[in-house]
Design a protein around this ligand. Structure first.
Ligand code: PEP
Length: 252
């Protein structure tokens, strides 16, 4: 059975005092919950203080991006070694905002994904279509291209250490969520493609999470879909009570 994964992407929000307050609030609200993996992904500047606040906690720490080299003359970049040094176990890669605003390509996402695995970080590979692509009937084609591009050359044995986040761009930060059926349709396709790439057994082990305006009032319906293995949460992860309710989803 796949363990559900709920990850919070804090984006470019939270100074260090705010980040510590948020994570302390979350710890207080969450207590202990078996059977779900929870991760927070603060901005780089807050990683050390959040790591400290999460000491002895079951909540994991992740970053929102990284470079593929372990060190070098790459001004402004942060390496996988540095993330591990800060206590990260996870890293979001290929988020649509990185693709849209920073020119991230499938090739670079693939380099980053390989580097993450090499440094024992769990990559959360983000893929998803724009509204125009969906309306043009190209959702599967776009998702497939990003999936195969991001995973190019990754051996089947690495599959279980990777999570895929299906994030339709038209649903990110818009308040417009994909219906559980729309998400499940794409998740089913992704798993089918993973089975072709890596075999049925490995494909069954990969977590495929949904992202795009996930909120306390829609998480239960999304998690009712057997193909939805969790959520990547943006806006709602910045409020401890909303994120805690999302983590405490109920299978309806
Ligand atoms: C995201 O940033 O990955 C995201 C899904 O954002 P939101 O939940 O705000 O739509």
């Amino acid at each position: 059975m796949r363990k559900p994964l709920i990850a919070g992407n804090w984006k470019m929000y939270q100074t260090t005092p705010d980040a510590v307050a948020l994570v302390k609030g979350l710890k207080g609200l969450l207590g202990q919950r078996e059977g779900v993996e929870v991760v927070v992904c603060p901005p780089f500047t807050a990683l050390p203080v959040v790591a400290e606040a999460l000491k002895d906690s079951w909540i994991g720490l992740g970053a929102q991006n990284m470079h593929w080299e372990k060190e070098g003359a790459y001004t402004g970049e942060v390496s996988p070694v540095m993330l591990a040094d800060c206590g990260c176990r996870y890293v979001i890669l290929g988020h649509s905002e990185r693709r849209q605003y920073f020119g991230e390509t499938d090739m670079n996402v693939n380099r980053k994904l390989r580097a993450a695995l090499e440094h024992k970080l769990i990559p959360i590979l983000c893929i998803g279509e724009t509204l125009a692509e969906r309306e043009g009937g190209r959702t599967i084609q776009v998702v497939d291209g990003q999936l195969q591009g991001g995973l190019s050359g990754i051996p089947a044995g690495a599959g279980a250490g990777i999570a895929v986040a299906y994030e339709p761009i038209w649903a990110i930060g818009t308040g417009r969520t994909a219906t559980p059926e729309q998400a499940a349709e794409v998740h089913t396709f992704i798993r089918k493609r993973l089975a072709e790439l890596w075999g049925e057994a490995m494909a069954t082990a990969v977590r495929i999470v949904y992202g795009g305006s996930v909120k306390p009032d829609n998480i239960d319906a999304l998690m009712a879909e057997p193909e939805i293995d969790g959520a990547l949460v943006g806006g709602a992860s910045l409020k401890a009570d909303a994120f805690a309710r999302i983590v405490q989803f109920e299978k309806v």
